[in-house]
Design a protein around this ligand. Structure first.
Ligand code: ATP
Ligand code: MG
Length: 567
């Protein structure tokens, strides 16, 4: 059963979004009839929550205007790093986020013929040439911010010579590094991206999903604007690092023969979140270095990891809307995301009791065959979700942490002679403690007050402590994984002399193998979310089975890091 309820008093007001404003203005001025956007991931890793921001933004913009849509374009122009498993993961993640491109799934590699034709046309117009300088010479002659570039000695080759050489490149008759195709723009341009940028380079080894054996591969700056134009994209939304590439983007679009549209590039700030890294390269380092289990490890900021951790897609969406779209990079407080997640889980997760580190309790005044059933609400705020039954019997489990041999001041939980409330059931007094040979308490012998059914004493005596518990009768053993933040530093990337790997949190995963959970939970499907009362929100792991149930802690009930920070 799943408890799903709308929440109260939620603040969904999104921060202002300058891109939405640009689009709304264009639509109301009739400069535009429909909006066409695209999300263009490179299939060289799993998507992370930064990508989620870009996905939600692109799909939200394509909700404006009549006949608008958003394409998914897999930017597979760099075959060395790419893999079909990433293509599948990307599609699965986007679908889970609730953004459906439908039939509009494209591959940049499908445009290789059209791109090549466009390149030939630029050569014919005298706007591109084959450069035979070595890669080092090209780099050297490009100049830098202070130094103008130098024209290549091959810059003024004739059109026919260029066409012959381009053909030779394509057919693999030239070696890697022997030649490149460059746009002929201006070697003295202030913007380095405009200094005769590369369009194609020779790459022989890489097999490609097109099946065709291309010996040359287009550069991103050339392939991307053209792919946008081929698909009729109106707004090409990308992150700020592409701002300086915009003039080149426009140059390629401008010089394309009869484009369907002239897409407009608009940049926005990338999402950064504290205590994690949002860069595929660094995520690769975590996976390949064995610092996490895989791309979908629940500690990873990948969409697959967050899904496995128990995140709700609507929490990610609301978070992305809440933080808005900015023009300036910043680091978003992870507490904002976690707060939103807790709110959503509070509304969605049914309550149950589980004991993570069990301490045996024998209730000596209950006979072995006696059973008492108590009805407790499935959700404290939503009565309409009904009741669940918990069974009290002679043998029960409580949390080791809820017992203290020599209690500190204001200890309201179990200790020798102390009375506590078993949540939803009764009052219970600790009469005797059994120790092992090391003096460790291994069993509490207690007695219950049969008059206190439900948890209140008929004489009205005050019992402050209420503990979660589970009877042997109701329970089954489970593995529980307690996840914490992956890094101990809010900005693991900000330290010049050290790697993000130096700030990994050694306690980001604790695995408990003999927890006690309600036996009915073992049958729940992967992804099922519950609140273990007093402990946090958990979900059934994807590798969980009825015989060996596994639960992942999505998040604790309260922000324990905020307390630490205060101290
Ligand atoms: P990374 O820097 O993690 O390797 P990337 O930019 O190389 O990511 P792409 O697959 O090229 O990854 O990204 C696809 C789209 O997602 C791009 O349009 C990019 O601008 C956007 N994107 C990537 N990272 C973020 C982020 N942190 N916040 C917002 N958008 C992002
Ligand atoms: Mg990129």
């Amino acid at each position: 059963m799943s408890a799903t309820k709308p929440e109260k008093n939620r603040d969904d007001s999104a921060a202002p979004n300058f891109i939405a404003d640009i689009i709304d203005d264009a639509l109301s001025a009739n400069e535009l009839t429909r909006v066409v956007t695209r999300f263009p991931p490179e299939p060289n890793g799993f998507l992370h929550v930064g990508h989620a921001k870009a996905i939600f933004l692109n799909f939200a913009m394509a909700d404006k205007g009549q006949g608008s849509f958003c394409n998914l374009r897999l930017d597979d122009t760099n075959p060395e790093a790419e893999d079909d498993k990433y293509v599948r993961a990307i599609q699965e993640d986007i679908e889970w986020l609730g953004c459906d491109p439908g039939e509009r799934v494209y591959f940049a590699s499908n445009y290789f013929d059209k791109l090549y034709a466009a390149a030939v046309s630029l050569v014919e117009k005298g706007l591109a040439y084959v450069d035979s300088q070595s890669p080092e010479e090209i780099r050297e002659n490009r100049g830098n911010f202070y130094k103008e570039g130098l024209d290549s000695p091959y810059r003024n080759r004739s059109v026919s010579e260029n066409l012959d050489l381009l053909q030779a490149m394509r057919e693999g008759r030239l070696d890697e590094g022997a030649a490149v195709l460059r746009a002929k723009i201006d070697m003295r341009h202030k913007n380095l991206n405009m200094r005769d940028p590369l369009m194609y380079r020779i790459r022989k080894a890489a097999p490609h999903r097109t099946g065709e054996t291309w010996k040359i591969y287009p550069m991103y700056d050339f392939a991307h604007p053209l792919s946008d134009a081929f698909e009729g994209i109106t707004h090409s939304l990308c992150t700020l690092e592409f701002e300086a590439h915009r003039p080149l983007y426009e140059w390629f679009v401008e010089n394309l023969d009869s484009p369907d549209t002239k897409p407009r590039q608009i940049e926005f700030a990338r999402l950064n979140i504290g205590y994690t890294v949002l860069s595929k390269r660094k995520l690769h380092e975590l996976v390949e270095g064995g610092h996490v289990e895989d791309w979908d490890d629940p500690r990873m900021p990948t969409i697959a990891g967050m899904r496995r951790r128990g995140y709700l897609p609507e929490s990610l969406q609301a978070f992305c809307e809440r933080i808005g779209v900015a023009k300036k990079d910043s680091v978003v407080d992870v507490a904002l995301l976690e707060h939103r997640l807790r709110e959503d889980l509070n509304a969605h997760a049914q309550r149950t009791m589980a004991v993570l580190r069990p301490l045996k309790v024998t209730i000596t005044n209950i006979a072995p065959e006696e059973r008492y059933e108590f009805e407790v609400p499935v959700h404290p705020e939503y009565e309409e979700l009904g009741k669940r039954t918990v069974t009290l019997s002679r043998d029960i489990w409580v949390e080791q942490d809820d017992y203290m041999e020599v209690p500190i001041k204001k200890w309201f939980r179990l200790a020798p002679g102390k009375e506590v409330r078993l949540r939803g059931a009764c009052l219970l007094t600790c009469d005797e403690v059994i120790h092992d040979e090391n003096g460790q308490a291994i069993e509490l012998r207690c007695s219950w007050d049969p008059e206190s059914k439900g948890g209140t004493a008929p004489d009205g005596r005050r019992v402050k402590g209420t503990l979660h518990w589970i009877s042997e009768e109701d329970s089954t053993s489970a593995t529980v994984r307690l996840y914490d933040r992956l890094y101990t530093e809010e900005e693991p990337n900000s330290h010049e002399d050290s790697s993000h790997l130096d700030f990994l949190n050694p306690d980001s995963l604790e695995t408990i193998t003999e927890a006690k959970v309600h036996k009915e939970l073992a049958a729940e499907a992967p992804g099922h979310r519950v609140q273990f009362e007093r402990l946090g929100y958990f979900c059934v792991d994807q590798s969980s089975t009825q015989d060996e149930p596994i639960f992942n802690r999505t998040i604790g009930l309260r922000d324990s890091w905020a307390k630490l920070a205060k101290k």
